[in-house]
Ligand binder design. Structure first.
Ligand SMILES: *Cc1c(COP(=O)(O)O)cnc(C)c1O
Length: 377
């Protein structure tokens, strides 16, 4: 099956009993047992629910892994993955990870004696140098937010295999349509399915896919023990989102390429960050490991006031956090998603005060470009 076909026909589809074409929403917590101690495969919905199971099956299929798991949010997914480890374990992690992951790591996980070194993972040598005897995993996000820095998944997977480490990839920005880290050597793939997979700004959710039966067994134990599971309604919404994920990503990627080119040529725009531009440092690596450049673009207009003025004049870009939806969204990282990072550190990371981030939607590119053109004037 090719990718778009898999999104429609992969995993579990429909309902054998009624012929329903979509998987029913099993709004149920418990299941009648034929005899005490015997069950149909379903005992209690924290452990397993048929709607969630159908979603978990299709995401495992899309990411070419052994098993999938659905959680109540991307953060619940990341937390549950971290519970695979134990006090004293050390991680190497991408230095400009998603703000929520940074907060979880620095304020919560360190209380359980997990330790972390933040590294520019786009530099493989820097990753190698950060390895310690107690290092157990490398956690990368690629591309990153908001500067779209790209890490070479194959290179890092070589390092992780040589040192017997697990490689965890937050694949939210690329989606399973454009990038599959498991065939590139990753052990665990994480998605904030709130973003492109759901795709319609209407559900908060997280997905994980693992590459082995033993990781599947361990993560299922944690999912059932911790209980941060996704409900059946939301599981259904994600399956509906997945059916059009390929179409949406094609539209979003094509819009983004045109918008990035427009911004790149605009006299009032300084730097444009988009992996689809040939001058982007991650352009070649992206071509080797992904089939598209995605829908996130950041660009610098040279100051906070200018950035705010641009945002005020736009009609089709909704000022909001989050990303990955059918509607185009826009934000100023320094004032929004990255406001909790001290300004000095932000500038060190390259997040200028005048940096604007857009999550390109599926509108007509002509309208989006016209809108940006009048706002930049
Ligand atoms: C949004 C996001 C998360 C967190 O997901 P939630 O669904 O908001 O909990 C994690 N990683 C990345 C890259 C994200 O964009």
């Amino acid at each position: 099956m090719k990718r778009k076909t898999k999104m429609v026909h992969g995993g579990i589809t429909g309902d054998k009993v009624t012929g329903a074409v979509s998987v029913p929403i099993y709004q149920v917590s418990t299941y009648e047992q034929p005899k005490a101690g015997q069950h149909t495969g379903y005992e209690y919905s924290r452990t397993k629910n048929p709607t969630r199971h159908a979603l978990e099956t299709v995401i495992a299929d899309l990411e070419q892994g052994e098993a999938g798991f659905a959680f109540a949010s991307g953060m619940a997914a990341i937390t549950s993955v971290m519970m695979l480890f134990k006090p004293g374990d050390h991680f190497i992690i991408t230095d400009d990870v998603y703000g929520g992951s940074y907060r979880l790591i620095t304020n919560v996980l360190t209380k359980f004696d997990l330790t972390f070194t933040f590294v520019d993972t786009s530099n493989t040598e820097a990753v190698k140098e950060a390895i310690r005897p107690e290092t157990k995993a490398i956690f990368i996000e690629t591309p990153t937010n908001p500067l779209l820095k790209v890490t070479d998944i194959r290179d890092i997977s070589k390092v992780s295999k040589e040192n017997d480490l697990k490689l965890i990839v937050d694949n939210t920005f690329s989606t399973p349509y454009f990038q599959n880290p498991i065939p590139l050597g990753a052990d665990i793939v994480i998605h904030s399915a709130t973003k492109y997979i759901g795709g319609h700004s209407d559900v908060v959710s997280g997905l994980v896919v693992v590459n082995s039966a033993s990781l599947a067994e361990d993560l299922h134990f944690i999912q059932n023990s911790v209980g941060a599971v996704l409900g059946p309604q939301d599981s259904w919404l994600l399956m509906r989102g997945i059916k059009t994920l390929g179409l949406r990503m094609e539209a979003i990627g094509s819009n983004a390429q045109k918008i990035a080119a427009f911004l790149n040529d605009h006299e009032k725009v300084n730097t444009v960050y988009y992996p689809g531009l040939t001058e982007h440092p991650g352009h070649e690596t992206t071509k080797q490991q992904a089939s598209g450049f995605g829908g996130m673009i950041s660009f610098d207009v040279g100051g906070e006031e200018k950035a705010e003025a641009v945002l005020e004049k736009l009609h089709y870009f909704t000022l909001a956090e989050s990303l990955g939806a059918v509607e185009s969204l826009i934000s100023i990282p320094a004032k929004m998603t990255h406001a909790s990072i001290p300004r000095e550190r932000r500038l060190e990371l390259g997040i200028a005060d005048g940096l604007i981030r857009i999550s390109v939607g599926i509108e007509d590119s002509e309208d989006l470009i016209e809108d940006l053109k009048q706002a930049l004037k």
